[in-house]
Design a protein around this ligand. Structure first.
Ligand code: CP
Length: 298
């Protein structure tokens, strides 16, 4: 393995040209989805979870298998990661067994520490800070449905969470407008170039893409959802967006809370394409990460 592995931890850490290349490759892999190239033949990916997952786990497993590789899945509790062994030792030992490792762990700092000590690529499968694999799939979906995301308006509703934060990171790289309608007390202390508002109708006005996420992220069960009610995506809110606007949600969805069934049953909803694109985007991410081992992108 290269002494400088290509980690996929946070979008701003990765050269913009490489991110654009990964997206283009993801589209190509989707076009050829019935004849996936065996570029990861013989390679293995470790996947470690400290939270539940349907899409991330399944799509990474299928991605590795379709490209000729295989996976080893563990929960963080199955390992010595949570205190019984140093993070450095865990990272160095994993690096001797597998060719890449994907972590879904709450602490982004722990993920970064693993990456610092690993000699294999480390991939962020969701931390409390960010969800870059999800946003690569989202950008791929937008390109499929609406063409280039450059100059488009994305309106976010609800909790300003790890997914919203990653869209904000992407807005600077891909040059699109992000307006986030969030309850005042949840507004980020520093919003950079993105607009934060408490006016959901104003955020939706003229938007190309309407996005939301669960109001209660994993580990926040019992949270009061009353403050989010004005930010629900429903037909009235969708009507304020641009004609032809699409609705996106990374899933899992709490139907009737952050979005209504009426919206989900319209052709504006692209949630299943978005979920499918996790598979294609992650194949391209894996190929990019593992290119340093001699994998040739096709
Ligand atoms: N969107 C997403 O990451 O889904 P899972 O939690 O099911 O992996």
């Amino acid at each position: 393995m290269t002494s400088h592995p290509r980690h996929f931890l946070d979008l701003p850490d990765i050269p913009a040209d490489d991110l654009r290349h990964i997206l283009a490759h993801a589209h190509q892999l989707k076009r050829n989805k019935f004849q996936p190239p065996q570029v990861l033949s013989g390679l293995s990916l470790a996947m470690v979870f400290d939270k539940r997952s349907t899409r991330t786990r399944m799509s990474f497993e299928v991605a590795m298998k379709q490209l000729g590789g295989h996976t080893i899945v563990m929960t963080a509790d199955d390992m010595h990661l949570t205190g019984a062994e140093s993070i450095e030792d865990t990272a160095k030992v994993l690096s001797r067994y597998v060719d890449a490792a994907m972590f879904r762990i709450s602490s982004h700092e722990t993920l970064a520490e693993i990456a610092r000590h690993a000699s294999i690529p480390v991939i962020n499968g969701l931390t409390n800070h960010s969800h870059p694999c999800q946003i690569m799939a989202d950008l791929m979906t937008i390109e499929e449905k609406l063409g280039s995301v450059k100059g488009k308006k994305i309106a976010w509703f609800g909790d300003y969470n790890n997914v919203a934060r990653t869209i904000a990171q992407a807005s600077k790289i891909w040059d699109f407008e992000l307006v986030a309608a969030v309850p005042g007390e949840l507004a980020p202390a520093s919003s950079g170039d993105i607009k934060i508002t408490q006016d959901a109708a104003a955020a939706a006005a003229g938007a190309d893409i309407i996005v939301t996420d669960t109001w209660v992220s994993m580990g926040q069960e019992g949270k009061d959802i009353q403050k989010f009610l004005p930010y629900q995506v429903n037909p009235d809110l969708m009507a304020k967006a641009k004609p032809g606007a699409i609705f996106m949600h990374c899933m899992p969805i709490h139907r009737g809370e952050e979005v209504t069934n009426e919206v989900l049953s319209t052709s504006a909803s692209v949630i299943y394409d978005e979920a499918e694109n996790r598979l294609h985007a992650q194949k391209a991410i894996l190929a990019w990460c593992l290119e340093g081992t001699g994998v040739k992108l096709v």
